[in-house]
Design a protein around this ligand. Structure first.
Ligand code: GDP
Ligand code: CA
Length: 339
């Protein structure tokens, strides 16, 4: 195996990629060449414009995490951050004030915005930013086009009884504490896959759906027209790892997002939502659930998806590398002989 492609969101995707990279370096991934390339196709539907700057939360989380610049306690933004600009903006009374725009982080957004305004596509900007961070993976935005996830929430003050907010406002300002009625992916249907995205899937030896948010991270990537087809057409096995463990997301807000699209919050339910590659529109050959969800293995298998139960908590790089190894073993074992 020489090419592994991962469809990732921010924190869950970044942690998985760290473990995968660790397994590659330690030689613990069965059948994977030591010089294999990891390509990460990242969600860009969380992106937003703020104070005239283009901010790409998931791309930056992956880049900073793998480039060892992340604040690992917060799970986003730069380590040893300061907040002078944010405080100064607040002193001017400039809205919005809820978004954590750190001084160090700001440099990334300035470079990105300048390059975009000079006419470079996001994919080239990302490549340029990665020259500094050396994440050890090829990082590709899912699309160069503008796509934004918006969330409809209940608002008794609005004539329609609801209000639509940007996904970041839902997550950061509202802490995902109000029920999401629907999620809308503005621009997704008209988006085209970024350069190299389709090839990274069709020419891969293995495609992995890591434990990322199934709706607003992996769901949006698969929703870029052409990506679902590429997943269907590739000769590589497609294996996913459940972001739901024991009926809850571990961290994040996968629960709220699944509920908003009417999918049960369960490891098996998420697999059925993605669907078997043998079924129309389905993308999965195999799916890992956590040990405590072992009772759901039969259900997933009944949907035509190979399944096994293993520990799925990304507690450290070694544990995460072992999850990746288990995913590889699951798609490498003969049909019916799920480990
Ligand atoms: P975000 O963009 O920062 O929200 O990150 P992702 O979309 O990549 O991943 C967030 C999701 O990862 C969460 O909603 C959880 O469901 C899942 N997650 C986080 N940590 C773990 C873990 O240790 N194990 C598993 N199985 N899932 C996790
Ligand atoms: Ca995200």
């Amino acid at each position: 195996m020489k090419n592994i492609t991962v469809l990732c969101g921010g924190m869950g995707g970044a942690r998985f990629l760290q473990g995968l990279r660790h397994g590659l370096a330690e030689g613990t991934l069965p059948g994977v060449a030591p010089d294999a390339t990891i390509t990460a196709i990242a969600n860009t539907a969380d992106d937003l414009w703020m104070h005239g700057l283009k901010i790409c939360p998931d791309l930056d989380t992956v880049m900073y995490t793998l480039g060892d610049g992340i604040d690992s306690e917060r799970g986003w933004g730069r380590r040893e951050e300061s907040w002078s600009v944010k405080d100064e903006l607040a002193a001017y009374g400039v809205e919005p004030t809820w978004f954590g725009l750190g001084d160090r982080d700001l440099a990334t957004h300035l470079v990105r915005t300048q390059m975009l305004e000079a006419g470079y596509p996001l994919s080239e900007v990302t490549e340029a930013l990665c020259r500094r961070w050396q994440p050890g993976v090829r990082l590709l935005p899912m699309t160069d086009d503008r796509v934004e996830t918006h969330v409809a929430i209940a608002d008794p003050d609005s004539p329609s009884g609801r209000r639509v907010v940007h996904f970041q406002e839902y997550w950061v300002r509202l802490r995902a504490e109000v029920p999401a009625k629907t999620v809308v992916f503005v621009g997704l249907e008209a988006a085209t896959p970024g350069p190299g995205v389709v090839e990274a899937i069709t020419e891969a030896d293995l495609v992995v759906l890591p434990p990322s948010n199934p709706v607003v991270s992996v769901g949006t990537i698969i929703g870029v027209p052409g990506v679902r087809e590429a997943l269907h057409d590739t000769d590589a096995p497609v294996v996913g790892l459940s972001p739901i463990v024991g009926g809850t997301h571990v961290r994040g807000m996968a629960q709220q997002m699944l509920t908003s699209i009417g999918v049960e919050v369960g490891a098996g339910a998420v697999a059925r939502h993605f669907g078997a590659r043998s079924a129309p529109g389905g993308v999965l050959d195999a799916w890992l659930v956590d040990e405590r969800d072992a009772d759901q293995v039969a259900d997933v298998e009944a949907a035509g998806i190979a399944c096994a139960a293993v520990p799925l908590m990304m507690t450290d790089h070694a544990a995460t590398a072992e999850m990746a190894a288990a995913a590889i073993r699951l798609v490498s074992s003969p049909p019916g002989a799920t480990a």
